[in-house]
Design a binder for this molecule. Structure first.
Ligand code: SF4
Length: 336
Protein backbone atom coordinates (compact mmCIF):
# COMPACT_ATOMS: atom_id res chain seq x y z
CA UNK A 1 0.00 0.00 0.00
CA UNK A 2 1.41 3.44 -0.87
CA UNK A 3 2.01 6.23 1.66
CA UNK A 4 -0.86 8.38 0.34
CA UNK A 5 -3.18 5.73 1.75
CA UNK A 6 -1.54 5.78 5.17
CA UNK A 7 -3.66 7.38 7.89
CA UNK A 8 -0.79 8.28 10.25
CA UNK A 9 -0.25 12.03 10.01
CA UNK A 10 -3.88 12.86 9.18
CA UNK A 11 -5.67 15.25 11.52
CA UNK A 12 -9.32 15.19 12.58
CA UNK A 13 -10.74 17.19 9.62
CA UNK A 14 -8.84 14.98 7.15
CA UNK A 15 -10.10 11.80 8.81
CA UNK A 16 -13.62 13.23 8.80
CA UNK A 17 -13.33 13.86 5.03
CA UNK A 18 -12.17 10.27 4.44
CA UNK A 19 -15.20 8.91 6.30
CA UNK A 20 -17.61 11.30 4.56
CA UNK A 21 -16.21 10.59 1.10
CA UNK A 22 -16.73 6.89 1.74
CA UNK A 23 -20.40 7.54 2.54
CA UNK A 24 -20.12 7.37 6.35
CA UNK A 25 -21.03 10.97 7.25
CA UNK A 26 -22.42 9.86 10.60
CA UNK A 27 -19.33 7.96 11.75
CA UNK A 28 -17.49 9.80 14.53
CA UNK A 29 -13.96 10.62 13.20
CA UNK A 30 -12.56 11.10 16.70
CA UNK A 31 -12.93 7.33 17.31
CA UNK A 32 -10.71 6.69 14.32
CA UNK A 33 -8.19 9.36 15.45
CA UNK A 34 -8.13 7.94 18.97
CA UNK A 35 -7.42 4.43 17.66
CA UNK A 36 -4.69 5.72 15.35
CA UNK A 37 -2.84 7.83 17.91
CA UNK A 38 -3.80 7.22 21.54
CA UNK A 39 -4.12 3.48 20.97
CA UNK A 40 -1.43 3.26 18.30
CA UNK A 41 -0.94 -0.32 17.11
CA UNK A 42 -4.55 -1.44 17.58
CA UNK A 43 -6.20 -2.65 14.34
CA UNK A 44 -8.86 -0.41 12.83
CA UNK A 45 -11.26 -3.35 13.05
CA UNK A 46 -11.23 -2.80 16.84
CA UNK A 47 -13.47 0.29 16.54
CA UNK A 48 -16.50 -1.65 17.70
CA UNK A 49 -19.02 1.17 17.27
CA UNK A 50 -18.29 1.52 13.54
CA UNK A 51 -20.43 -0.64 11.23
CA UNK A 52 -18.71 -3.77 9.98
CA UNK A 53 -18.69 -2.46 6.40
CA UNK A 54 -16.78 0.68 7.49
CA UNK A 55 -14.25 -1.31 9.48
CA UNK A 56 -13.71 -3.49 6.42
CA UNK A 57 -13.37 -0.44 4.16
CA UNK A 58 -10.71 1.09 6.42
CA UNK A 59 -8.83 -2.16 6.82
CA UNK A 60 -8.76 -2.83 3.08
CA UNK A 61 -7.87 0.68 1.92
CA UNK A 62 -5.58 2.25 4.50
CA UNK A 63 -2.36 1.45 6.27
CA UNK A 64 -1.43 2.54 9.79
CA UNK A 65 2.18 1.35 9.57
CA UNK A 66 4.98 3.71 10.54
CA UNK A 67 8.60 3.72 9.41
CA UNK A 68 10.83 1.48 11.50
CA UNK A 69 14.45 2.35 12.32
CA UNK A 70 16.97 0.81 9.94
CA UNK A 71 19.50 0.90 12.78
CA UNK A 72 18.84 0.88 16.52
CA UNK A 73 21.54 1.20 19.20
CA UNK A 74 21.25 1.15 22.98
CA UNK A 75 23.62 3.03 25.27
CA UNK A 76 24.84 1.80 28.64
CA UNK A 77 22.76 4.64 30.18
CA UNK A 78 19.58 3.21 28.59
CA UNK A 79 19.27 5.75 25.76
CA UNK A 80 18.11 4.19 22.50
CA UNK A 81 19.04 5.85 19.26
CA UNK A 82 17.27 5.06 15.97
CA UNK A 83 18.25 5.86 12.41
CA UNK A 84 15.33 6.18 9.96
CA UNK A 85 15.25 6.32 6.17
CA UNK A 86 12.35 7.70 4.15
CA UNK A 87 11.19 6.58 0.69
CA UNK A 88 13.61 9.00 -0.97
CA UNK A 89 16.56 7.55 0.93
CA UNK A 90 16.92 10.56 3.23
CA UNK A 91 18.23 9.70 6.69
CA UNK A 92 17.12 11.14 10.02
CA UNK A 93 17.52 10.23 13.68
CA UNK A 94 15.55 10.01 16.89
CA UNK A 95 16.53 9.14 20.45
CA UNK A 96 14.54 7.66 23.36
CA UNK A 97 15.95 8.94 26.63
CA UNK A 98 14.71 7.27 29.83
CA UNK A 99 14.81 8.90 33.28
CA UNK A 100 13.06 8.13 36.56
CA UNK A 101 9.59 9.42 35.68
CA UNK A 102 10.29 10.91 32.33
CA UNK A 103 10.61 9.04 29.04
CA UNK A 104 11.57 11.52 26.35
CA UNK A 105 11.69 11.08 22.61
CA UNK A 106 13.98 13.52 20.85
CA UNK A 107 12.79 13.85 17.24
CA UNK A 108 14.16 15.31 14.03
CA UNK A 109 12.12 17.80 12.03
CA UNK A 110 14.32 17.83 8.92
CA UNK A 111 16.75 15.53 7.12
CA UNK A 112 19.90 17.61 7.58
CA UNK A 113 19.77 21.32 8.30
CA UNK A 114 20.44 24.55 6.43
CA UNK A 115 21.68 26.57 9.44
CA UNK A 116 25.25 25.25 9.58
CA UNK A 117 26.05 25.63 13.30
CA UNK A 118 29.75 24.83 13.63
CA UNK A 119 29.42 22.61 16.72
CA UNK A 120 26.73 20.39 15.19
CA UNK A 121 27.30 17.29 13.10
CA UNK A 122 23.97 17.78 11.26
CA UNK A 123 24.90 21.36 10.41
CA UNK A 124 28.12 20.20 8.76
CA UNK A 125 26.32 17.88 6.34
CA UNK A 126 23.86 20.20 4.59
CA UNK A 127 20.11 20.26 4.12
CA UNK A 128 18.34 17.30 2.49
CA UNK A 129 14.68 18.19 3.05
CA UNK A 130 11.79 18.76 5.42
CA UNK A 131 10.25 15.75 7.14
CA UNK A 132 6.54 15.11 6.63
CA UNK A 133 4.10 14.76 9.53
CA UNK A 134 4.13 11.00 8.86
CA UNK A 135 7.94 10.91 9.12
CA UNK A 136 7.95 12.97 12.33
CA UNK A 137 5.28 10.77 13.95
CA UNK A 138 7.05 7.60 12.74
CA UNK A 139 9.99 8.49 14.99
CA UNK A 140 7.63 8.76 17.97
CA UNK A 141 5.58 5.62 17.34
CA UNK A 142 8.34 3.58 15.69
CA UNK A 143 11.32 3.94 18.03
CA UNK A 144 10.48 2.89 21.57
CA UNK A 145 7.64 2.90 24.09
CA UNK A 146 6.60 4.28 26.49
CA UNK A 147 7.05 8.03 26.12
CA UNK A 148 5.59 11.00 27.97
CA UNK A 149 7.73 13.92 26.72
CA UNK A 150 8.60 14.96 23.18
CA UNK A 151 11.43 17.34 22.34
CA UNK A 152 12.09 18.69 18.85
CA UNK A 153 15.85 18.77 19.38
CA UNK A 154 17.03 16.22 16.81
CA UNK A 155 18.19 16.99 13.28
CA UNK A 156 16.98 20.22 11.72
CA UNK A 157 15.49 23.52 12.82
CA UNK A 158 11.82 22.85 13.75
CA UNK A 159 10.66 26.38 12.97
CA UNK A 160 12.09 26.02 9.44
CA UNK A 161 9.48 23.27 8.91
CA UNK A 162 6.76 25.10 10.80
CA UNK A 163 3.63 23.69 9.11
CA UNK A 164 4.58 20.02 9.56
CA UNK A 165 5.90 20.52 13.09
CA UNK A 166 2.72 22.39 14.05
CA UNK A 167 0.49 19.67 12.62
CA UNK A 168 2.52 16.97 14.42
CA UNK A 169 2.20 18.87 17.71
CA UNK A 170 -1.54 19.29 17.14
CA UNK A 171 -1.86 15.50 16.76
CA UNK A 172 0.32 14.88 19.83
CA UNK A 173 -1.58 17.29 22.08
CA UNK A 174 -5.19 17.13 20.79
CA UNK A 175 -7.88 15.42 22.89
CA UNK A 176 -8.62 13.20 19.89
CA UNK A 177 -4.89 12.48 19.35
CA UNK A 178 -2.18 11.35 21.75
CA UNK A 179 -3.46 13.93 24.30
CA UNK A 180 -0.05 14.82 25.74
CA UNK A 181 -0.08 18.02 27.81
CA UNK A 182 1.44 20.94 25.89
CA UNK A 183 3.99 21.42 28.66
CA UNK A 184 5.41 17.98 27.81
CA UNK A 185 6.36 19.10 24.30
CA UNK A 186 9.37 21.35 23.65
CA UNK A 187 10.62 22.96 20.46
CA UNK A 188 14.28 23.95 20.33
CA UNK A 189 15.16 26.78 17.95
CA UNK A 190 18.11 28.93 16.95
CA UNK A 191 15.65 31.86 17.03
CA UNK A 192 13.99 32.51 13.65
CA UNK A 193 12.11 35.62 14.79
CA UNK A 194 9.05 35.55 12.44
CA UNK A 195 8.40 31.83 13.00
CA UNK A 196 9.13 32.17 16.71
CA UNK A 197 6.41 34.81 16.88
CA UNK A 198 4.05 32.39 15.08
CA UNK A 199 4.99 29.58 17.47
CA UNK A 200 4.21 31.80 20.46
CA UNK A 201 0.83 32.70 18.96
CA UNK A 202 -0.20 29.32 17.54
CA UNK A 203 1.48 26.66 19.69
CA UNK A 204 1.27 26.29 23.45
CA UNK A 205 4.35 24.09 23.90
CA UNK A 206 7.63 24.96 25.64
CA UNK A 207 10.32 26.85 23.77
CA UNK A 208 14.07 26.36 24.12
CA UNK A 209 16.31 28.98 22.52
CA UNK A 210 19.83 27.98 21.44
CA UNK A 211 21.96 30.75 22.95
CA UNK A 212 25.55 29.42 23.23
CA UNK A 213 27.17 32.87 23.55
CA UNK A 214 26.01 36.29 24.80
CA UNK A 215 28.33 38.05 22.31
CA UNK A 216 27.23 38.91 18.76
CA UNK A 217 30.54 38.26 16.96
CA UNK A 218 31.32 35.11 18.90
CA UNK A 219 27.82 33.66 18.38
CA UNK A 220 28.09 34.57 14.70
CA UNK A 221 31.34 32.59 14.46
CA UNK A 222 29.57 29.35 15.46
CA UNK A 223 25.97 30.10 14.43
CA UNK A 224 25.53 31.78 11.01
CA UNK A 225 21.87 32.56 11.87
CA UNK A 226 23.21 35.34 14.14
CA UNK A 227 23.83 37.34 10.91
CA UNK A 228 20.08 37.40 10.23
CA UNK A 229 18.51 37.20 13.68
CA UNK A 230 20.94 38.52 16.32
CA UNK A 231 20.33 37.04 19.76
CA UNK A 232 19.75 40.50 21.26
CA UNK A 233 16.78 40.99 18.90
CA UNK A 234 15.46 37.50 19.70
CA UNK A 235 15.62 38.30 23.41
CA UNK A 236 13.98 41.72 23.00
CA UNK A 237 11.11 40.02 21.19
CA UNK A 238 10.82 37.34 23.90
CA UNK A 239 10.89 39.91 26.70
CA UNK A 240 7.73 41.42 25.24
CA UNK A 241 5.88 38.06 25.58
CA UNK A 242 4.24 36.53 28.61
CA UNK A 243 5.48 33.09 29.68
CA UNK A 244 3.95 31.13 32.55
CA UNK A 245 5.09 28.04 34.49
CA UNK A 246 2.73 26.06 32.23
CA UNK A 247 4.72 27.12 29.21
CA UNK A 248 8.40 27.12 29.89
CA UNK A 249 10.94 29.32 28.13
CA UNK A 250 14.47 28.03 28.42
CA UNK A 251 17.87 28.84 26.97
CA UNK A 252 20.31 26.18 25.85
CA UNK A 253 23.96 27.00 26.45
CA UNK A 254 26.48 24.56 25.03
CA UNK A 255 29.66 24.84 27.09
CA UNK A 256 32.74 24.59 24.86
CA UNK A 257 36.18 24.48 26.47
CA UNK A 258 38.15 27.76 26.29
CA UNK A 259 35.58 29.24 23.91
CA UNK A 260 32.44 30.28 25.80
CA UNK A 261 33.00 28.87 29.31
CA UNK A 262 34.71 31.82 31.08
CA UNK A 263 33.43 33.75 34.12
CA UNK A 264 32.96 36.77 31.84
CA UNK A 265 30.67 34.72 29.58
CA UNK A 266 28.65 33.63 32.59
CA UNK A 267 28.36 37.23 33.87
CA UNK A 268 27.27 38.57 30.46
CA UNK A 269 24.81 35.70 29.95
CA UNK A 270 23.28 36.55 33.32
CA UNK A 271 22.93 40.21 32.29
CA UNK A 272 21.38 39.29 28.94
CA UNK A 273 18.70 37.08 30.52
CA UNK A 274 18.05 39.34 33.52
CA UNK A 275 14.38 39.74 34.46
CA UNK A 276 13.22 36.94 32.17
CA UNK A 277 10.98 34.17 33.50
CA UNK A 278 13.28 31.52 32.07
CA UNK A 279 15.57 28.61 32.77
CA UNK A 280 19.10 27.92 31.51
CA UNK A 281 20.20 24.44 30.47
CA UNK A 282 23.97 24.09 30.45
CA UNK A 283 24.94 21.33 28.04
CA UNK A 284 28.43 19.93 28.08
CA UNK A 285 29.80 19.75 24.54
CA UNK A 286 29.83 16.26 23.02
CA UNK A 287 32.82 16.35 20.60
CA UNK A 288 32.25 15.63 16.90
CA UNK A 289 35.11 14.37 14.73
CA UNK A 290 35.21 17.28 12.22
CA UNK A 291 35.69 20.04 14.85
CA UNK A 292 38.44 20.89 17.32
CA UNK A 293 36.10 21.95 20.11
CA UNK A 294 36.39 20.21 23.47
CA UNK A 295 34.38 19.80 26.67
CA UNK A 296 35.22 21.91 29.77
CA UNK A 297 36.16 20.24 33.06
CA UNK A 298 33.72 19.73 35.90
CA UNK A 299 34.91 22.69 38.02
CA UNK A 300 34.55 25.12 35.10
CA UNK A 301 31.00 23.89 34.49
CA UNK A 302 30.16 24.19 38.19
CA UNK A 303 31.61 27.73 38.41
CA UNK A 304 29.60 28.79 35.37
CA UNK A 305 26.43 27.47 36.99
CA UNK A 306 27.16 29.27 40.29
CA UNK A 307 27.64 32.63 38.55
CA UNK A 308 24.31 32.26 36.73
CA UNK A 309 22.61 31.21 39.99
CA UNK A 310 24.04 34.28 41.77
CA UNK A 311 22.37 36.42 39.12
CA UNK A 312 19.01 34.85 39.91
CA UNK A 313 18.80 32.36 37.04
CA UNK A 314 17.53 28.82 37.43
CA UNK A 315 20.08 26.46 35.90
CA UNK A 316 20.25 22.75 35.08
CA UNK A 317 23.43 21.01 33.97
CA UNK A 318 22.35 18.51 31.35
CA UNK A 319 24.40 15.40 30.96
CA UNK A 320 24.89 14.05 27.48
CA UNK A 321 22.73 10.94 27.03
CA UNK A 322 23.93 8.04 24.93
CA UNK A 323 27.51 9.30 24.80
CA UNK A 324 28.81 5.85 23.81
CA UNK A 325 26.43 5.47 20.83
CA UNK A 326 26.99 8.82 19.08
CA UNK A 327 23.72 10.25 20.41
CA UNK A 328 24.70 13.82 19.53
CA UNK A 329 22.46 15.20 16.80
CA UNK A 330 23.44 13.94 13.33
CA UNK A 331 26.35 11.69 14.28
CA UNK A 332 24.66 8.42 13.28
CA UNK A 333 23.70 9.86 9.90
CA UNK A 334 27.18 11.31 9.38
CA UNK A 335 28.71 7.89 9.93
CA UNK A 336 26.69 6.27 7.06
S1 SF4 B 1 22.22 22.97 15.97
FE1 SF4 B 1 20.15 22.75 15.11
S2 SF4 B 1 19.94 24.58 13.79
FE2 SF4 B 1 22.14 24.36 14.18
S3 SF4 B 1 22.90 23.14 12.46
FE3 SF4 B 1 22.39 21.69 14.12
S4 SF4 B 1 20.33 21.03 13.67
FE4 SF4 B 1 20.68 22.90 12.51
Amino acid sequence: MDKSANLIGKNLPQLSDILSNAGYQNANPSLLAHTLYKKFGRPLTSIATYPKSLRQFLEENFSTDVLQPILKLQSTDGTIKGLFENEEGKLFEAAWIPAVKRMTICVSSQAGCRFGCKFCSTGQNGFKGNLSVYEILSQIFGLQKPFNHIVFMGMGEPLDNFANVKKSIDILTAWWGVSLAHRYVTISTVGLIPELQLAIEQLRCNLAISLHSPFHNERKSIMPVENIYPIHEVISMLKAQKFTPKRRLSFEYLLIKDFNDSKFHAMETGKLLKDMESHVNLIVYNPIPSQNFGAPDTSTIENFRKILNLQGLRVTIRKSSGYDISAACGMMTASR
